[in-house]
Design a protein around this ligand. Structure first.
Ligand code: PHE
Length: 488
């Protein structure tokens, strides 16, 4: 049997975990959510969410992975044989996500190329939706596979495959590049963003607090979901990554470090994004609110507009911007693939190579649906359901299984035994009561929304196929994977 992987150093582990947490979410999702939910006031809700739920769950996952020395499925099996399926559910949520996350990376590849000639001309909207994606009217109108999006997808998977080649050993080396390069590039964009004329308009918009908004539950829900998504907890990644740590390490310290680094990056990224948006708004003579678009629109429509309007070196900034997105995305993507591969290796004791080929090729094949004309519709539906239901149900389940069934005290004792900074009873209270209540409310509120109307008005059939059915498949596949015979 192969010896269990181990990180080369604690620093390699920290970088890998930070690399997983920092992703596209920090650049386009966070600044926009922040603005839409009260700017400076949202930052308050977001910090509360970080300390009351994000960090406690991070400690839970790192503690669990380290104690059981197993990937998510293995860790839950060691907690109780009956729970193995639940670990697989966490892995599967991540696995479905990486199927489309790699497609967004494929968009980045093509935009690195298009930046060279500023190919979008003066119609970035048409260029992205019509020319690049060939987007159809409805998810049910599939259209054809877009050749170069598929090519980009293939490239992404080749890159992911080699990044996890020998598990933690390879990941620990690759992350030096995939964390440090985007940080460096982000710095360039922050400086570029805040020194553009009109930047102040954008920054005022980003940061001016509207404290009234803190009274609305929507803002709190947005803050909690953003924190979970951003920290990459609830996908089995942190459990697997922590299982590769040497026996002597400091869990609490690691958890704080990873979480704070991730959140600081989000906050700083806001300056790059909103500085540039302010400049662009002033230049076209519109209010900032009218030039902000959320989702892929911000990265692939608004940003190309901004790039074309920069005073100098437009192609260079374009290439660097999309390279930044690529390097931000890839370590999140391979952490998801590695979490799945670790689960398979723990159970069936296959070699790294066989496992990685299997995981990467299955995900590549599933990803083909997102390279079609209807791809972005399906991506949008699956993204919404995996995050709002898959991810939050996994986090809720972790709190209940560990907090109540296994006993949060056992993890606490274990973590305190090896950490310098000790966690107290506050942690048990958060894991056993507070986080489950917050998540319960969040899931119920979302469920009611979906009963009232389909997500974004998509046809109910498409919502079922891309959303509900996928969520229902999670426990079904989880149980099947649990029942397949393991190899010892
Ligand atoms: N945390 C990443 C981000 O902010 C997204 C991600 C989610 C990465 C899940 C891995 C797993 O973009």
């Amino acid at each position: 049997m192969e010896k269990r992987d181990q990180w080369d150093s604690r620093f390699a582990f920290i970088l890998a975990a930070i690399g997983s947490a920092i992703g596209l979410g920090n650049i386009w999702r966070f600044p926009y959510i922040c603005y839409a939910n009260g700017g400076g006031a949202f930052l308050v809700a977001w910090l509360v969410a970080l300390f009351t739920a994000g960090i406690p769950l991070m400690i839970l996952e790192l503690g669990l992975g380290h104690k059981t020395e197993g990937s998510a499925s293995e860790a839950f099996r060691k907690v109780n044989r009956k729970f193995e399926w639940f670990g697989w559910v966490a892995i599967l949520v991540g696995f479905f996500i990486v199927c489309y996350y790699a497609v967004i990376m494929s968009y980045c590849f093509s935009f690195v190329y298009h930046s060279l000639t500023l190919a979008w001309g003066d119609d970035p909207t048409g260029f992205f939706y019509q020319q690049t994606l060939g987007l159809t009217e409805s998810p049910l109108d599939i259209g054809g596979v877009k050749g170069y999006i598929f090519l980009g997808l293939l490239l992404s998977w080749i890159a992911i495959f080699f990044s996890i080649w020998k598990g933690a050993k390879t990941v620990g080396k690759v992350v030096y590049a995939t964390v440090l390069i985007p940080w460096f590039l982000l710095l360039i964009f922050v400086v570029r963003g805040v020194t553009l004329p009109g930047a102040v308009e954008g920054l005022t918009f980003y940061l001016t607090p509207d404290f009234q908004k803190l009274l609305s539950h929507q803002v709190w829900l947005a803050a909690y979901t953003q924190v979970f998504f951003s920290l990459s907890v609830g996908f089995g990644i942190m459990i697997a990554y922590s299982s590769f740590l040497p026996r002597k390490t400091d869990i609490v310290n690691n958890a704080f470090l990873i979480s704070m680094a991730n959140c600081a990056t989000s906050f700083v990224a806001g300056f790059a994004v909103f500085g540039a948006l302010g400049y662009y708004a002033v230049k076209v003579g519109k209010p900032v609110a009218e030039v902000v678009a959320s989702g892929p629109g911000l990265a692939f429509v608004t940003y190309p507009h901004i790039i074309s309007n920069l005073p100098f070196w437009q192609p260079l900034f374009g290439v660097l911007f999309f390279l930044m997105l690529l390097t931000l995305g890839i370590d999140s993507a391979f952490s998801l693939a590695e979490a799945a591969a670790a689960g398979v290796m723990d159970k069936w004791k296959r070699s790294h190579r066989t496992t990685n080929i299997a995981v990467c090729s299955i995900a590549l094949i599933i990803g083909i649906i997102f390279t079609t004309g209807a791809g972005l519709h399906w991506l949008d539906i699956l993204d919404n359901f995996m995050n709002k239901f898959g991810l939050s149900i996994v986090c809720l389940g972790e709190c209940i299984l560990i907090g109540w069934v296994f006993g949060s005290g056992k993890i606490k004792e274990y973590v305190n035994g090896i950490s310098e900074f000790k966690i107290g009873v506050w942690w048990d209270i958060l894991i056993r009561f507070f986080v489950p209540v917050v998540l319960g409310v969040l899931i119920l509120a979302e469920l009611l929304e979906r009963i009232k109307g389909s997500y974004m008005g998509y046809p109910r059939l498409a919502e079922f196929l891309g959303g509900w059915m996928m969520v229902l498949l999670l426990p079904i596949f989880g149980i099947i994977l649990m029942l397949v015979k393991r190899r010892d």
